[in-house]
Design a protein around this ligand. Structure first.
Ligand code: ASP
Ligand code: MG
Length: 437
């Protein structure tokens, strides 16, 4: 069985939903994971923000505007009055539920319940559309099988067990529709897999049912070999290794959420990135295969801060790195890149919220300097150290760019550079010129 995930823009209007229905109704049994209609989750965040601020009028105004949009979609989506009425009744109850929050105290718990409404709405109206079309389908409520544990990690055995039960209970349906993003937490409360988490849902579901393939449908024809917002003439990469895709997703390729790779990789399930606007395009296939010796793609991650700690005491000492890393750990700040020398260490972080406290503590161990507004440029491909010459090619392409850090050897799949944000466009373009033209 395949798992297909459609993102917010792919279900962003009645017309797009009709396109998705055409794509999925081919007689093959499948699980279809949907995001909220584009813009919905952002609206729900805004509504929550008004409720946090006790501005009921502001929240109600936003709720009414959102409701209007859904009624318009309903009007266009269904052919018959019967289904329009049925959809309207369902929508009414969801929007009444949203309005009910204006009367209660508002905490993170309520916010998460509100955020879950986007996917509940999109899947309900979409499945109703399939029903009207006479397609065999069923709704699998994600809140009954998708669960995270105390550490906010997916509870994979619970997910597999409960999903199997739901599927066994209705074995002859052809299309199973479910919600991306939403789940319950350890305490049974409504929760989510973080913004953009529908890709993660699809991958977890794929792993749970041992799917033959996970397809992520968006509105671009696969993962591109460079960032199309900064470089002209980028091309989709046909084949990527799981590790290459994970690096690219983490370091800036917006098409895929980075968390999505791991469950697929652990269960060796290929992930295909496809385009709803151009369904025949080959897209990108992510699996255990990679092209031997090939540099595949470049991505960049903005908003990076570099921190250097230099200490005479590091010379021949042990335990220095541990002390440095412990400080970052105690402020819950993940480190992206690390480079070391005998007398110092440089690290990069993308979350600078606790920077001042971190720097303060680091000063106990050495001289600290900070560079802000940096960018990580990550070059990805088959870079096993036995392949010769690729470093020279990549570094050569960067010969005009001031480089703060270089990192290679952490995996066989990437070389990363830390550069100033203002040099990013120049770096991406010169890498494209040297590597892909
Ligand atoms: N609807 C959620 C969001 O906008 C999840 C997703 O689309 O992946 O973040
Ligand atoms: Mg997404």
């Amino acid at each position: 069985m395949k798992v297909l995930k459609f993102g917010g823009t792919s279900v962003g209007s009645a017309a797009r939903m009709k396109d998705v229905a055409k794509l999925i109704c081919d007689g093959d049994q499948k699980i279809v994971v949907l995001s909220a209609m584009s813009g919905t989750t952002n609206s729900l965040v805004e509504i929550s923000d008004y409720l946090y601020k006790n501005n009921t009028a502001g929240a109600l105004e936003r709720i009414n505007a959102l409701e209007k949009r859904y009624y318009d979609v309903t009007e266009e989506l269904y052919a018959t009055v019967e289904y329009k009425v049925e959809a309207t009744t369902v929508l009414k109850s969801h929007f009444e539920y949203l309005r009910s929050f204006s009367k209660s105290i508002f905490t993170l718990f309520e916010e998460k319940a509100i955020l879950a409404e986007g996917e509940l709405l999109s899947t309900t109206i979409f499945q109703l559309y399939l029903k009207e079309k006479g397609e065999s389908s069923a709704l699998l409520p994600a809140l009954e099988f998708m669960r995270i544990d105390k550490n906010a990690e997916p509870d994979t055995s619970f997910i597999a067990g409960s999903l199997a039960k739901q599927l066994i209970a209705q074995p002859d349906k052809v299309i199973y529709i479910t919600q991306g993003f939403i789940c319950r937490n350890f305490y049974g409360e409504i929760d989510n897999l973080q913004r953009g988490g529908s890709d993660y849902s699809a991958s977890l579901i794929g792993a749970a049912v041992k799917a033959t393939e996970i397809q992520i449908w968006t509105d671009i024809d696969g993962m591109h070999n460079n960032d199309p917002r900064f470089v002209e003439g980028t091309k989709p990469v046909p084949v990527l290794h799981f590790e290459e895709a994970a690096e690219l997703a983490y370091f800036g390729a917006k098409i895929l959420h980075p968390t999505c790779i791991l469950p697929a990789k652990l269960n060796n399930i290929p992930v295909r990135l496809l385009n709803t606007m151009e369904p025949k395009a080959p897209g990108t296939l992510i699996s255990t295969q990679s092209k031997k010796g090939k540099i595949e793609a470049v991505a960049a991650k903005d908003g990076i801060t570099a921190i250097k700690i230099k200490s005479g005491r590091m010379l021949l000492a042990h335990g220095f790195l541990r002390k440095v890393f412990e400080i970052f750990e105690s402020y819950h700040t993940p480190i992206d890149m690390v480079t070391t020398s005998e007398v110092g260490v440089s690290v990069s972080i993308d979350n600078a919220k606790r920077l001042d406290e971190i720097v303060n503590e680091l000063k106990k161990f050495g001289t600290v300097s900070v560079d802000k507004e940096m960018v990580i440029v990550c070059v990805v491909g088959d870079m096993h150290f036995d392949n010769v010459g690729f470093q020279a090619k990549v570094v050569g392409a960067m010969s005009e760019i001031p480089i703060r850090m270089i990192s290679y050897g952490g995996s066989n799949y990437n070389i990363s550079f830390l550069i100033k944000a203002k040099d990013k466009k120049r770096a991406l373009n010169s890498l494209s010129k040297a590597l892909f033209n």
